[in-house]
Design a binder for this molecule. Structure first.
Ligand SMILES: Cc1cc2nc3c(=O)[nH]c(=O)nc-3n(C[C@H](O)[C@H](O)[C@H](O)COP(=O)(O)OP(=O)(O)OC[C@H]3O[C@@H](n4cnc5c(N)ncnc54)[C@H](O)[C@@H]3O)c2cc1C
Length: 467
């Protein structure tokens, strides 16, 4: 790969101005003071192109090809691994104006949307049709469908419906060549050669810019009941979840687990009353839906009563109002609370077969303690599919030797157990060394060859996933 010419942000903004009638260019002045989302470096390029059509995005990409300018695709900037970090000389290609819901096929339970629609906006558009998305994330207000496609997002419902990859029926994208790849099929069954759109799902902006998708959706189930339960370990939490999944009437909507330190520190910070919880228990947050709110609550209480002893529950409360349910969810979803005390806490997002979770967590705590006094972690996550989020309770940034020790402690045994070092957040900048260490070398080599074939100048999101 030969070196790229460098434009100053101002020169680049001026050069791009007027390139296409549907293309808005924001230069350094317009971007100054804007919130950079989850990573302080997201807007460092100082130039953002906002196409309002696929053709405008293609014109921008073709210009960048001709002028060897690197492109960093952006959605809602809620990504947690630095996948959107940009530098002077590059141009951010944002989906902010590709924000239309194009068609809702209510009887088919599919929707056609542009990539910049946020998850929350899509849920709001579907609601009058009695529909909702089959995937849900805490970042629903900012995460876009294009960003979720590109990170193959997971979230709360993955245990039941799978991840983003399983929701996508069709996809349109601008390839690094400037060509428009269009595969907007609206059906589940297509057996017509390899499914090339899969390259863009989980592609983290390295294989092109996603502009539109066709997505599966499902009927909304508005009648909910939410409980917080004390559990001794993940095995028992999984037993509770399995019993509720087998319930003849209730449908399990969420099973989220928070380990004791996370529960204790977060509850203390928020003034959340934990007097009902036995000391040192973890918490399982359960949400179910039923035929009415009252019926869901009654059936949930009955079901919990039936399984109380067998699953060794350590206390529990069922929310009596939607406000209380929201407060329960806040304990789980406002998960960044520890950054106030540990601003650069090394954070991880791993997956493993659910049955391996208890051994993994006790091993992790022992491995961290062996690094040095006080090394400990906040652990929480989507327990029903074995996805754990881990934040090491250290202010950071850690010196490189300690960082390496922490990574070794966190990733030990993950690949061997059939899990992944990155469950749902991607590789981005932050998990590059883990990608090199844990992804099969043949797979890495194949990915490199495909990347070079599609993007020979390596202009799309360079420096992230190591191709
Ligand atoms: C509070 C909170 C809770 C979260 N919970 C979850 C969760 O439960 N599950 C989960 O999976 N994630 C979760 N996330 C992470 C984040 O929301 C997801 O990674 C999301 O998919 C990112 O979407 P985005 O639109 O913000 O993308 P961005 O952050 O803008 O970009 C993410 C990556 O996708 C690329 N990209 C973005 N748009 C496009 C496009 N149109 N074409 C090509 N590439 C593109 C970018 O280059 C970057 O590499 C959470 C984040 C926060 C802050």
């Amino acid at each position: 790969m030969s070196s790229l010419p460098t434009f100053s942000p101002l020169d680049l903004a001026q050069a791009l101005d007027g390139l296409h009638p549907d293309l808005r260019i924001l230069g350094p002045g317009a971007l100054a003071g804007r919130h950079p989302g989850e990573d302080a470096g997201n807007l460092d390029a100082g130039v953002m192109a906002q196409p309002a059509s696929t053709e405008a995005a293609a014109a921008l990409v073709s210009w960048c090809q001709d002028n060897r300018v690197a492109i960093v695709p952006h959605g809602g900037m809620s990504g947690l691994v630095g996948g959107g970090v940009s530098h002077a000389g590059q141009v951010i290609l944002s989906s902010a104006r590709l924000n239309r819901v194009l068609a809702i096929h209510a009887d088919e339970e599919t929707v056609e949307i542009e990539a910049g629609v946020t998850l929350e906006a899509l849920q709001a558009a579907l609601q009058p049709h009695g529909l909702t998305t089959s995937i849900d994330l805490g970042s629903r207000g900012s995460a876009t469908i294009g960003g979720m496609v590109s990170t193959n997002a997971g979230g709360i419902l993955a245990f039941r419906n799978g991840v983003m990859r399983h929701q996508i029926l069709g996809l349109e994208a601008v390839l690094p060549s400037g060509e428009i790849f269009s595969d907007m099929t609206r059906v589940v069954k297509v057996s017509a050669g390899p499914d090339l759109k899969q390259l863009l799902i989980g592609g983290e902006g390295a294989f092109g810019f996603v502009t539109r998708v066709v997505m599966k959706v499902e009927p909304i189930r508005p009648h909910r009941a939410v409980a917080l339960l004390g559990v001794p370990n993940a095995a028992r939490a999984l037993q509770v979840a399995a019993r509720l999944r087998g319930h003849p009437v209730l449908l399990l909507e969420a099973a989220e687990m928070m380990w004791p330190r996370y529960v204790r520190d977060h509850a203390a910070l928020k003034g959340f009353d934990l007097s009902w919880l036995e000391p040192d228990a973890a918490i399982l947050l359960m949400e179910v839906s039923g035929e009415s709110g009252e019926a869901a609550m009654t059936l949930l209480e009955e079901a919990l009563g039936d399984l109380w002893e067998a699953t060794e529950l350590k206390g529990g409360i069922v929310a009596q109002s939607s406000d209380q349910a929201r407060r329960f969810w806040d304990l789980r979803e406002d998960s960044g609370f520890y950054f106030a005390r540990y601003p650069h806490a090394p954070s991880f997002d791993v997956s493993m077969p659910p049955s391996a979770v208890d051994d993994y967590v006790s091993g992790l705590m022992a491995r961290l303690a062996a690094i040095g006094a006080g090394f400990d972690a906040y652990v929480y996550g989507h327990i029903a599919d074995g996805n754990l989020h881990i934040a090491v309770a250290e202010p950071g940034p850690l010196p490189s030797d300690l960082k390496a020790k922490v990574e070794t402690a966190v990733y030990a045994g993950i690949t061997g157990s059939g899990g992944s070092f990155s469950a749902e957040h991607g590789v981005g900048l932050e998990k590059r060394s883990a990608y090199l260490a844990h992804v099969d070398p043949v797979k890495q080599s194949l990915a490199r060859q495909i990347k070079t074939l599609l993007d020979p100048k390596h202009l799309f999101n360079p420096g992230k996933v190591p191709f």
